[in-house]
Design a protein. Structure first.
Length: 184
């Protein structure tokens, strides 16, 4: 790999330019141009729920001594900690491992739903037919994130990158690759 390639990470690793990564279906001679995850702002829902659950657990602990013994309070707190940590860990993994990858040869969409199920969709750059950007309302405009739907000529209807930052920059990168492929 070339040493003079500019690498850049933005928004808590949700938009990485030229990351030094390899993935399961990586092909020889392939160069990763972009790695995309959902914008961090879209993760505030589960983060706020985690914080509310922690505060609720602390609040309940003030009233539990009136009804339960110390052993039962300890078991309740252990259960609450494991539940909250599992909840937060699951949603973090869901955010971290649902990625879109743009290489010099193809697009790769890796989606995890649940812990044991994953779906990997790929499309060659020269099979791309249509690209659509959909904004995500007020916050999408404010924080510059949106969803990208890519129609392909293959068996799959489309590849989707949901709530990714800088969708217009991503589409520009794809269009640059498309124009290079059409010239070659």
């Amino acid at each position: 790999m070339e040493n003079n390639i500019k690498r850049e990470s933005r928004l808590f690793f949700s938009y990485q330019i030229n990351p030094d990564i390899k993935f399961e279906t990586y092909e020889e001679g392939e160069r990763v141009i972009l790695l995309m995850r959902a914008h961090p702002f879209t993760q505030l829902g589960w983060i706020m729920n985690t914080i509310i659950l922690i505060i609720l657990t602390i609040f309940i602990n003030f009233f539990l001594p009136q009804f339960l013994s110390l052993n039962k309070i300890f078991v309740f707190n252990c259960f609450a900690i494991v539940f909250i940590a599992s909840f937060a860990f699951y949603y973090f993994l869901h955010w971290y491992f649902n990625v879109g990858i743009l290489t010099n040869k193809r697009l790769v969409d890796i989606d995890f739903s649940g812990i044991l199920y994953r779906e990997i969709t790929t499309a060659r750059i020269n099979n791309i037919e249509d690209i659509t950007i959909k904004g995500s309302g007020f916050f999408g405009s404010l924080f510059d994130y949106g969803s990208i739907y890519i129609q392909t000529a293959g068996m799959e209807n489309y590849i989707e990158f949901n709530d990714v930052p800088y969708p217009s920059k991503i589409v520009d990168q794809i269009n640059k690759l498309l124009s290079k492929k059409h010239v070659e």
